[in-house]
Design a protein around this ligand. Structure first.
Ligand SMILES: Cc1cc2nc3c(=O)[nH]c(=O)nc-3n(C[C@H](O)[C@H](O)[C@H](O)COP(=O)(O)OP(=O)(O)OC[C@H]3O[C@@H](n4cnc5c(N)ncnc54)[C@H](O)[C@@H]3O)c2cc1C
Length: 488
């Protein structure tokens, strides 16, 4: 069986790890594709500043579902990197742990080939009248260089960054903040800096800039001006009411769907059972960043429980989400998605303390109500809802990556090509269409592609909010299991 894995970050390495474990591995030839910089590390865990931290304790995140401490143990046993605070380690260390897997496999197995190039095309060449397909993978524009595979894993990670104010290419506009240690290469100490976006990426920039340019004031702004929550003490929880059994029973009475209101009812029953004061926690914000961060720091136990139940919901979101009608999915995105967004992927407590300190000493200003950003002669004009405007020399874009195929440009050429060749099609709520249960790609021309699987953010319409490391690893395990079962 000839297999291509396109993209060697968390998803790609996890897929390879599962293939290697299988007793059919000797009959496989596996080619893995990525650029030399990201091969084995991926984008979030690339070499970057040690100020960028993993957002959960190191001992809770690993590529091994049977041993959550594996990454931490790997860190303890190596001698190259040593840090004083080992609870929340820098992200690039996780990248080296993943890369170590890849290097060991590459050294040990002759049937793995590392191709240090990006893929430009994946196309299907089926004979007229024949429904069996194979997949051609190209790293150039020439079809004669294509390699043919029985199975392809699309593991290309996040799409490129949003450009909400059409500023890409403008002098002084930094379109993507990564790697942060290059972000300020052309910034002068006298420049006025703003960061647009108040999510995890902007926290990365804040941590980097304040550590390396300690006296450079920064304005961090977005429409709501809300920072992520602060990680509490998160216990392991289980649902008693939000269960596949209850969902299956409700589906029988509702044309194959679970109405959103019924699902919310079950979720609230679970919250009551676990003594989580959901109303109070959802509406706890006081619209004052210092008060909000302090509240989170001081309520780590109850907040941790709340974050755990949201994490549990995300872990199970594939069957929860895909039980809803399209109308209810849209309603969920409009009415509830913000709760997940603001309270899951929380920041480490030490980042919260650092932000409070920098706000208090005037280095950071967090400003809500951003309406527009315009290029003007001497920099950028930021306009706010309250009618005020402020000028900056530098704008750093931390608004996050695109989710919909309709927004893509030539920076995501592989996905555009895949769509153009009718290998993939857009999912109306984001990413591409796949079968929720198996991650197999659904082509508009060929139907369900038995040998083509997609994992990660590219599948966000189906795998809503399921992009953390542990969720990606779970996807990889079940996808490879599906492949092996279908071939045996
Ligand atoms: C800034 C940031 C921080 C994060 N921090 C955390 C965290 O602390 N904890 C957590 O659980 N999750 C975190 N996440 C979520 C994270 O996205 C996932 O956990 C995980 O890394 C995604 O894995 P992936 O394999 O889908 O993507 P990636 O790890 O990014 O891998 C995708 C790979 O595909 C390659 N690629 C892209 N296009 C091509 C092509 N045409 N040809 C060949 N290769 C290609 C890329 O170079 C890259 O190496 C973070 C995400 C971001 C963006």
């Amino acid at each position: 069986m000839k297999i291509a894995i396109i993209g060697m970050g968390t998803a790609g390495v996890s897929v390879l790890k599962e293939l290697v474990k299988s007793d059919q591995f000797e009959q496989m030839q596996v080619d893995v594709y990525d650029n030399p910089k990201n091969m084995g590390q991926g984008v979030p865990f690339q070499n970057d500043s040690d100020q960028l931290l993993i957002n959960l304790p190191a001992a809770d995140m690993s590529l091994n579902l049977d041993n959550h401490r594996e990454f931490y143990e790997w860190y303890e046993n190596q001698t190259t990197f040593k840090f004083s605070n080992t609870k929340y380690l820098p992200r690039f260390i996780f990248g080296h742990y993943m890369k170590d897997y890849l290097q060991q496999y590459n050294y040990k197995y002759k049937n793995i080939c590392l191709i240090q190039e990006e893929v430009s095309e994946v196309y299907i060449e089926s004979k007229i009248g024949n429904t069996d397909v194979q997949y051609n993978v190209c790293t150039s524009k020439e079809t004669q260089n294509a390699k043919v595979y029985d199975v392809v894993f699309l593991c290309i990670g996040t799409l490129t960054y949003h450009d909400p104010y059409n500023l890409k290419g403008t002098t002084g506009y930094i379109h993507t903040p990564y790697p942060t240690y290059n972000t300020l290469d052309y910034v002068k100490d006298s420049d006025r800096i703003s960061i647009i976006g108040t999510g995890l990426a902007s926290l990365d920039v804040i941590r980097y800039v304040t550590a390396h340019h300690p006296n450079l004031p920064i304005t961090v702004t977005s429409r709501k001006g809300h920072l992520p929550s602060v990680r509490g003490e998160m216990p392991e929880l289980e649902f008693k009411y939000v269960t596949p059994e209850n969902f299956n029973e409700i589906k029988q009475r509702n044309f194959g769907n679970v109405p959103l209101d019924d699902a919310i009812c079950l979720f609230l029953k679970d919250c009551a059972e676990l003594e989580i004061p959901i109303e109070r926690l959802v509406h706890r914000r006081q619209e004052d960043v210092i008060l909000d961060l302090t509240y989170d720091l001081e309520h780590s136990e109850i907040l941790g429980k709340f974050q755990s139940i949201l994490e549990l919901a995300k872990e199970n979101l594939n069957w929860i989400w895909n039980s809803f009608s399209r109308e209810d999915q849209k309603k969920f995105l409009a009415d509830y998605q913000w709760i997940l967004k603001e309270n899951s992927n929380p920041m480490p407590p030490q980042t919260a303390r650092l932000i409070i300190e920098h706000i208090e000493n005037g280095i950071i200003e967090i400003k809500e109500g951003l309406e527009s950003v315009e290029k003007v002669d001497l920099g950028f004009q930021l306009q706010f809802e309250d009618g005020t405007s402020q000028s900056y020399d530098i704008v750093i874009n931390a608004t996050g990556s695109k989710t919909h195929l309709a927004d893509l440009d030539s920076d995501d050429q592989l996905v555009l090509n895949l769509e153009n060749r009718q290998v993939v099609q857009a999912h109306p709520l984001g990413g591409i269409q796949i079968v929720a249960e198996t991650n197999q790609v659904i082509s508009p021309r060929y139907g369900t592609l038995k040998g083509m699987y997609a994992l990660g953010q590219l599948t966000n319409g189906i795998n809503q909010s399921r992009n953390g490391v542990m969720m990606i690893v779970k996807q990889a395990v079940s996808v490879v299991k599906h492949l092996l079962e279908s071939k045996s």
